[in-house]
Write a protein of this length. Structure first.
Length: 318
C-alpha cells in the first residue's frame, strides 16, 4: 500500500536550489571568435545566470510563489544581477553569503545559435553542504515542489534530504546537465527520488546510451516517474505512464540560446503546479524557452502572465 502523504501548510509553490552566476554576455558578433584575435560587438549585457536564476524567474513571472537557495559572495549586494533577483519577487532567505569568495562569474560569447562560456566559480564547490543548514532544511520543507538546478555530486549528501522531502509529500525535479565524472549508478541513486528530470537530447542520450529521444525516454522512465527531454527548436516530449506526449517550440527568432532550457523548466513547473495536463506543461515550457531565446541573457525575453496565457491559448488551438 502506498504511503499516505501528510497534509502540510506551505509558504512556497516552488523552491529552486542551485548555483547563481553573474553572466557577462557578448552577442551579435560579426563572425565566430577565434583564439589570437579580438572580436568586437556593440551588443553586451550583464544578467543573472545559471539554471537557478532563469528557472526561478520564469516561474515567478507567471505567478508561481518562488524561493531560491544558493551561495553568493560578499559582493552580491553591489551586483546588478543579484539586485535583479531581489526585484523579481524571489525569496532569498536561507541563501548563504561568503565573505571570503566572490560571486560566481561567467563570460558568455554567443554567435548565431552557438555559444561559448568561461566561468569562475570556486564559491560553488560543495554547494550541497548547504543542506546541513537548519534554515535551508526549513525552507525546503515549506514548499510544494523542489527543483535542483545544479550538478548532483556526493549522492550520500542528497539521498536523506530527498527521501525526507518525498515522505512529506514534496515533489522533486532536477536539471543537472551531464557530468561524466558521475557514474550512471550514482546518478540513479539521486534521480530515483525525482518526479521529473529535464535533460536535453544530447544529455538524455549520454545518460542512457540511447540513439533516439524516444528510446532515451523509455530508459529514463525506469528511473523517474515522468522524464522530459528538451529538443531545442524541435520542441519537447515526455513520457508518463507509458504514453509519449510531444509539443512544438514557438516559431520565433533565436538571438541567444543561453538559459532557454532553464526557462523551459520554469514554465513547465508553473503549469504542473497549477494542475495542468502534460500537453499544457510542455506547451508552457516551450513558450518560456522559446521566448527566452528571443533576447540575450535568458531572463530578458521571458513572458509575463498575460503574454503567456495568450500564447498558450493559441498553441492549444494549433
Amino acid at each position: 500500500m502506498a504511503k499516505r502523504r501528510e497534509y502540510r501548510e506551505t509558504k512556497f509553490d516552488l523552491v529552486v536550489f542551485g548555483e547563481f552566476f553573474s553572466d557577462m554576455i557578448f552577442y551579435h558578433l560579426p563572425r565566430r571568435p577565434r583564439f589570437g584575435e579580438e572580436s568586437k560587438t556593440d551588443s553586451f549585457l550583464v544578467a543573472p545566470g545559471g539554471g537557478l536564476s532563469t528557472t526561478a524567474i520564469a516561474a515567478s513571472r507567471l505567478g508561481t510563489v518562488t524561493g531560491i537557495i544558493t551561495r553568493v559572495g560578499a559582493d552580491a549586494d553591489y551586483l546588478p544581477t543579484w539586485n535583479q533577483i531581489r526585484q523579481e519577487k524571489l525569496d532569498i532567505t536561507a541563501c548563504e553569503y561568503r565573505k571570503d569568495l566572490p560571486t560566481a562569474l561567467t563570460v558568455c560569447i554567443a554567435f548565431k545559435t552557438d555559444r561559448m562560456m568561461v566561468t569562475n566559480e570556486p564559491i560553488n564547490r560543495r554547494l550541497e553542504d548547504l543542506l546541513d543548514n537548519e534554515a535551508v532544511q526549513c525552507k525546503l520543507g515549506q514548499t510544494r515542489h523542489v527543483h535542483l538546478a545544479c550538478a548532483l555530486r556526493r549522492p550520500a549528501k542528497w539521498q536523506p534530504v530527498l527521501r525526507s522531502l518525498r515522505d512529506r509529500g514534496v515533489t522533486i525535479s532536477a536539471d543537472f546537465g551531464w557530468n561524466p565524472e558521475i557514474s550512471v549508478n550514482q546518478l540513479m541513486s539521486i534521480i530515483s527520488y525525482c518526479d521529473f528530470i529535464f535533460p536535453n537530447e544530447h544529455e538524455a542520450r549520454a545518460i542512457t546510451g540511447a540513439t533516439s529521444p524516444r528510446s532515451a525516454l523509455e530508459k529514463l522512465q525506469d528511473w523517474v516517474r515522468v522524464p522530459v527531454v528538451k529538443l531545442g527548436a524541435k520542441g519537447s516530449l515526455l513520457m508518463a505512464e507509458g504514453k509519449v506526449y510531444r509539443q512544438p517550440a514557438l516559431p520565433v527568432p533565436l538571438v541567444d540560446a543561453t538559459g532557454v532550457g532553464d526557462a523551459f523548466n520554469g514554465g513547465f513547473l508553473h503549469a504542473f503546479l497549477h494542475g495542468m495536463g502534460w500537453d499544457d506543461c510542455l506547451r508552457a515550457g516551450n513558450i518560456c524557452g522559446s521566448m527566452a531565446g528571443t533576447q540575450p541573457g535568458g531572463s530578458r525575453g521571458l513572458p509575463g502572465s498575460q503574454e503567456y496565457k495568450r500564447r498558450l491559448m493559441k498553441m492549444r488551438k494549433g
